[in-house]
Ligand binder design. Sequence first.
Ligand SMILES: Cc1cc2nc3c(=O)[nH]c(=O)nc-3n(C[C@H](O)[C@H](O)[C@H](O)COP(=O)(O)OP(=O)(O)OC[C@H]3O[C@@H](n4cnc5c(N)ncnc54)[C@H](O)[C@@H]3O)c2cc1C
Length: 400
Amino acid sequence: MDLNYSNEDLAFRIEVRAFLDAELPADLQQKVRKHLRLSKEDSVRWHKILAAKGWVAPGWPVEFGGPGWTATQRHIFEEECARAGTPQIMPFGVNMVAPVIMAFGSQAQKDYYLPRILSCEDWWCQGYSEPGAGSDLASLKTTAVRHADADGDYYLVNGQKTWTTLAQHADMIFCLVRTDTGVRKQEGISFLLIDMHSPGITVRPIIMLDEDHEVNEVFFDNVRVPASNLVGQENRGWTYAKYLLGHERTGIAAVGRSKRELAFVKTLAARENKSGLPLIEDPLFAAKLASLEIELMALEMTVLRVLARPNQAPGPEASVLKVRGTEIQQALSELMVEAVGPMALPFDPAYLEGEREHSLVGDDEAAPLLAHYFNYRKTSIYGGSNEIQRNIISQMILGL
Ligand SMILES: Cc1cc2nc3c(=O)[nH]c(=O)nc-3n(C[C@H](O)[C@H](O)[C@H](O)COP(=O)(O)OP(=O)(O)OC[C@H]3O[C@@H](n4cnc5c(N)ncnc54)[C@H](O)[C@@H]3O)c2cc1C
């Protein structure tokens, strides 16, 4: 693999940079760079700007509306977006359910859902976890029982999902459901696409300690789902679920964003003083920063190696990216707080939500950093906890 950029790649980087300079709204850029919270409208606005350019789904094949970029171009695009401070494209539609629909869905599902994912017509959420099924996901109990009447075949869905990210905005949920209880637990699971506006669905917020509404419980009470919303074959959902998780974990590595955050830590450390010297000259702090930068460079090489393999879905190596990517993100969030010290302490939800231009107390850049630090504790849990990823690495890569 040649890690030097070609002339075409360098030209592509200039093209992306020019596009971002012209099209990224300044208010969105400020929110991202200042670690403020983004609303649904913020996410949808940016999604539609990218969709209009044909750049919203870099990993999709051209036949479905992808831009046809090489792995290197996708990496450059991600890096430039992160550097500029764009909002993240919500992964649930573009990066998670879409690859499953492309690989295992019916032609009708591809024709209907994929264009709507590209245009952000539907906001998707992920219905995997349940109160008794997190790490042990195959223990899930939400049932889907098949029936037929004059209107056609359908499933009746009953049960509960939990930790469902941003379900309060969702039009659609992709759900793992139990369709057979008499077999090994992995063999009785199916993958259903469910309209969140269906009668019988209740979304209950789980409000975090920082008053943020990021996750929810979702209840299903006799929810009728057309049988045509089954993806692939009944009772084969575990295979599709694992395929999706490979895509989810590769995305979680977020190298570009970590590079921007690393640059931000350096700016903070150059500005803050410790014992009369800039913090960045403090040997202990400088050593932590340097070792993190090396870890990040190594992760970047690994991501490029995974992306460079043509037409191959991410396998267990996605777990390596998930573990290392989230460890680096968490370490960066710690260094930011360490750099600004007590200036990170103000808790000002109105400022975090972008409702007030300046923080009530202290430095605008420093005020959101503790909320960011606490929020980022989630990264080693979601997408499958890091302990479980280590089990996958030891069994499937190291053969232990
Ligand atoms: C912010 C956030 C957003 C989320 N969003 C979604 C979403 O949108 N959709 C969705 O479906 N899910 C979502 N999740 C759920 C997430 O995937 C689960 O929390 C995760 O899989 C862990 O499951 P659990 O919370 O039930 O923990 P448990 O499985 O109860 O685990 C508790 C602890 O025990 C450890 N552990 C368990 N089993 C083992 C083992 N065999 N070996 C070693 N250690 C073990 C775990 O690593 C963990 O540290 C989200 C979670 C968070 C925190």
